[in-house]
Design a protein around this ligand. Structure first.
Ligand code: DC
Length: 254
């Protein structure tokens, strides 16, 4: 059976997870956060004490790390060798390590295969860096979701400040720009806009506006949405409750 897949790519902190999760809730699609899979692999190397810069060691040991995902009450959980590590992967250290090890081909091949399998089984909204270009090049709807470095840094700064964590806006900006550069300039599957992707810049948009824009792209590309909100029930109510939220950088560290 052929499924309708929606690919969302873009830099860290553009709000991909928040948006993709809500859009998936409204459509009754499965949301697949591929960044979480790279983070789980990164966690494995950190735990093993393997230097992420050591490509040979990472490539040699990556077959030992079994990453899988499962869904509980609609939320994605990431398992590393059977252990739920969904909470532990949301740290700066894991994020930075994921950015390094995701540049290596054996790591990418392993996770790309898993992602393709998931998309072949279900209607998915999958977010990442290479979904529209490498993982699901045939996806009918592709979105490149971005926002300026300044806006992404400010969102992150606010989130950390709200949590009472000390942080420096200029440092955050530098980190974001660095992560962008690494993700965009690696040799394998770099972050880039697919030729047929629609660009959505969330800098001045609310979450609802971005979700609307994504649903509009999906409809334009042939997705039939039966009765829009009525069809999605509770998921839709949950999405509606955040009507005036600004987009958050939540796809980065919690
Ligand atoms: O989206 P995120 O910040 O959780 O992703 C963590 C890292 O994983 C990111 O720096 C790049 C990498 N990544 C990737 O290379 N390809 C993907 N499809 C998703 C994430």
């Amino acid at each position: 059976m052929k499924h309708f897949n929606i690919a969302i790519d873009g830099p860290a902190g553009a709000g991909k997870s928040t948006i993709a999760r809500r859009a998936a809730g409204q459509l009754g699609f499965v949301y697949v956060d591929t960044g979480a899979m790279y983070r789980a692999m990164a966690l494995y190397f950190l735990r093993k004490g393997i230097n992420p810069a050591d490509e040979e060691a990472v490539s040699r040991t990556c077959s030992e790390a079994e990453v899988s995902i499962r869904y509980q009450d609609g939320a994605q959980q990431v398992l590393l060798n059977g252990e739920d590590v969904s909470g532990q992967i949301r740290t700066e250290e894991v994020g930075k390590t994921a950015s390094v090890v995701s540049a290596y081909m054996p790591v990418r091949e392993k996770l790309t295969e898993l992602q393709k399998e998931l998309a072949a089984r279900e209607n998915v909204i999958m977010d990442g860096r290479d979904i529209g270009t490498c993982v699901l090049p045939q996806a009918p709807a592709k979105i490149y979701l971005t926002a300026s470095v300044e806006v992404r840094a400010l969102r992150r700064f606010r989130e950390l400040t709200e949590k009472g964590e000390a942080c420096d806006l200029e440092e955050i900006k530098k980190d974001i720009a660095n992560r962008d550069w690494k993700d965009m300039h690696r040799e394998h599957a770099p972050l880039k806009q697919a030729e047929d992707a629609v660009v959505v810049d969330s800098s001045q948009m609310t979450i609802d506006q971005v979700v609307e824009a994504i649903l509009a792209v999906a409809k334009e590309k042939g997705l039939k949405i039966a009765g829009d909100c009525e069809a999605a029930g509770a998921a839709c109510e949950e999405a509606d409750s955040g009507a005036s939220d600004a987009v958050r950088s939540e796809d980065s560290e919690a």
